[in-house]
Design a protein. Structure first.
Length: 279
């Protein structure tokens, strides 16, 4: 049996001691799960799902805590402290996650958050992180189809919009012209594939096409105005974020619906909002 460092492993309890239990680590021998992490009513022969990492003395050790990132994954983590060798990130475990200076795009600062990739350092066999995430993104051509739903991690702001990491594997981009809500580095959310470009990068959108049918939303908007006393404090000049927070649609869709209702003489557009037209 082989174990995976930096990931969860299901291991058998083989020995009980005063300071915890030992698990069968196969070729690595018996691995300690300290008392603080041992579940109640744990017995020899039980199988536990544990995360394996190296403690402060570089010994292989188990925990039932769930780290904020596992080996092979990307995450946005906060710097806890720095020294002459690099930065140390809080990843939810007793021992912080090390980022050598050579793996930092810029000098990391205490209290700041950075998107990183966790991996095993081939020379030291330690779990380390790198802020140079580009080199860990897949070079494969994604097999996604337009409108496929994906999980993304907002990576960084660019002149075109926001770069995102798609499904812990691929590079994606959300264009500014199609963003209608507040975004910031480290946010995790659902998105939809717009297209896969020839270079393998993915154009993304936050709302699935076809969801924003103008006729349907016009009806929804009219009902909302009626249910809120006949007026709302939003109009076609309102910030896109305010519109999205209220209706979960883009400003473009909102403006089309407002125009549709206005042409039908069902609403009156005022400086500070919209009200129902009088019969």
């Amino acid at each position: 049996m082989s174990i995976e460092l930096g990931k969860f492993n299901v291991l058998e309890v083989v020995k009980e001691v005063d300071f915890g239990v030992y698990l069968d680590g196969g070729e690595e021998g018996e691995l300690l799960l300290p008392t603080r992490y041992v579940p109640e009513e744990c017995n020899i022969g039980d199988f536990l799902n544990v995360f394996l990492y190296l403690d402060n003395e570089e010994r292989l050790i188990a925990t039932t805590l769930t780290p904020l990132v596992q080996v092979g994954e990307f995450a946005c983590l906060e710097v806890s402290w720095v020294n002459q060798f690099g930065a140390f990130l809080n990843w939810g475990l007793m021992k912080d996650l090390f980022v050598p200076f050579r793996e930092q795009k810029m000098k990391m600062l205490v209290g700041k958050k950075y998107v990183i990739h966790a991996h095993i350092d081939e020379d030291s066999y330690r779990i380390v992180a790198s802020a140079k995430v580009d080199k860990y993104l897949s070079k494969e051509l994604p097999a996604y189809q337009p409108n496929d739903e994906v999980s993304i991690l907002i990576w960084q702001k660019t002149d075109l919009g926001f770069k995102a990491i798609v499904e812990n594997k691929f590079s994606g981009l959300l264009y500014d012209s199609e963003i209608f809500q507040h975004l910031q580095t480290g946010m995790q959310l659902k998105a939809f594939v717009k297209q896969v470009r020839e270079d393998g990068k993915i154009d993304l959108m936050l709302q699935k096409p076809g969801f924003e049918k103008i006729d349907d939303f016009s009806d929804k908007l009219l009902s909302y105005i009626k249910e809120n006393g006949g007026s709302i404090q939003l109009n076609d000049k309102s910030p896109a974020e305010d519109i999205y927070d209220t209706f979960q649609v883009s400003k473009k869709t909102f403006k089309k619906a407002v125009g549709d209702l206005y042409k039908k003489r069902l609403i009156v557009i005022e400086a500070n909002g919209i009200r129902l037209a009088k019969d």
